[in-house]
Design a protein around this ligand. Structure first.
Ligand code: NAD
Ligand code: WQD
Length: 342
């Protein structure tokens, strides 16, 4: 049986992608994750949902020797989905070397493994943060990058170049770069969702933690932007839809449908949603009144960004299934599950 290697498989998007791979394909799935931002319990949750136990190699991908040792034990690898990276924007500003080392060092190591083991198909987790502040909306894959707003975003811009140049250098390899907009939500079963080892920086976990009484108050970062209600606009997309896009992209690569060496796809719903609209959706579906106030702007925030997702729809036949209310309700059910069980 052929194997898909998922790096960062214990993390938020990696675990949801493993669930979809197990549900939708017959591939063997193996994870490589050192639990730097997750725990081994993720694999219990995946098992509870899918009935399957996924093997994980607990190694640091930024260390080539240990990575090589692990991958040597994996039979018939046909593709790699590379999620493993650090993802906190403020942490990357405070400690840029940590981000360059892990996000770029791990990427280079995994591509060396691709080459050494002749693993032909590669998918890279990129981010809408590569675009920075843009002049024209919605953002297409051809929208030029602005200067990166953080070392984190820079690792994604550089990461894309590294993957592109690697696949261009050798016709034995093909790659896909997936630019996620704002992945949120949890598995529909409420048995798996986002759970970082440190306090999250992102809006939706902040909303659910506040509503659960684990954080005192949510501050809306800025209410005086030039948007329809004064708060910033983003393209929130359900994590299971993001996961589904990975399955479709891997099938597309393996089926030989991609003619170019490297393709890039925006993964967003195409809908811009303001912070206040997200809060109101949460209040509606949860029945909870959220304690929030409008506060000062957050430094470096993009004001308004959402995706043109036509290319993913056309080429991958990807169609996001979940709407904003689904995203908020599943996040809330996951938060309640966490409160009860952890
Ligand atoms: P996550 O932190 O939940 O998952 C990443 C996983 O990788 C964690 O389980 C962590 O333990 C593991 N990991 C990190 N460095 C490692 C290393 N050196 N060796 C082995 N394992 C390592 O993050 P996520 O939200 O699932 O994000 C996955 C990918 O998607 C990342 O590359 C991230 O930059 C990208 N991305 C995330 C978002 C988002 O909002 N969540 C948006 C755009 C892009
Ligand atoms: C969303 C909106 C905030 C928290 C980040 C990364 C990006 C990508 C996705 C990985 C913004 C507002 C937030 C709060 C708030 N990740 N907000 N109060 O900034 O779009 O993107 O995650 O690639 O690279 O930068 O996401 O969830 O932090 O913020 O008002 O307590 O919510 O101002 O408008 P962001 P976010």
């Amino acid at each position: 049986m052929q194997t898909i290697i998922v790096t960062g498989g214990a993390g938020y998007i990696g675990s949801h992608t493993i669930i979809e791979l197990l549900k939708q394909t017959d591939y063997n799935v193996v994870s490589v994750d050192n639990f730097s931002n997750s725990t081994v319990k993720t694999f219990d949750r995946i098992e509870a949902i899918t009935g399957k136990r996924v093997k994980n190699f607990n190694v640091d991908i930024s260390n080539f020797e240990t990575l090589e040792f692990a991958v040597n034990a994996i039979k018939n690898p046909i593709g790699i989905i590379h999620f493993a990276a650090f993802k906190s924007v403020p942490q990357s500003v405070a400690d840029p070397l940590l981000y360059y080392h892990n996000n770029l060092g791990s990427l280079i190591n995994i591509l060396k493994i691709c080459k050494a083991k002749q693993i032909p198909n590669f998918i890279f987790s990129s981010s809408c943060s590569v675009y920075g502040n843009v002049d024209k909306l919605p953002v297409t894959e051809q929208t030029p990058f602005s200067a990166a707003e953080s070392p984190y975003a820079q690792t994604k811009q550089m990461g894309e170049d590294i993957v592109f140049n690697f696949t261009k250098s050798d016709p034995a390899f093909k790659s896909v770069l997936l630019r996620y907009f704002n992945p949120v939500g949890a598995h529909v079963s409420a048995l798996n969702g986002e759970l970082s080892n440190s306090k999250p920086d992102n809006l939706v976990p902040y909303i659910t933690l506040t509503a659960a009484g684990l954080l005192p108050k949510l501050t809306v970062f800025g209410g005086d932007y030039d948007t329809r209600d004064g708060s910033c606009i983003r393209d929130y997309v359900h994590v299971s839809d993001i996961a589904d896009a990975h399955v479709k992209a891997m099938n597309y690569l393996i089926a030989g449908k991609q003619k170019k060496e490297c393709s890039v796809f925006n993964l967003g719903t195409g809908n811009g949603v303001s912070v206040l609209e997200a809060i109101h959706s949460f209040e509606k579906v949860s029945g909870e009144k959220l304690n929030y106030e409008i506060g000062p702007r957050r430094a470096g925030d993009v004001i308004n960004i959402y995706a043109n997702n036509d290319f993913a729809k056309r080429e991958l036949q990807w169609e996001p299934k979940y709407n904003l209310d689904d995203m908020m309700l599943s996040s809330w059910k996951w938060q309640l599950q966490l409160k009860n069980n952890y």
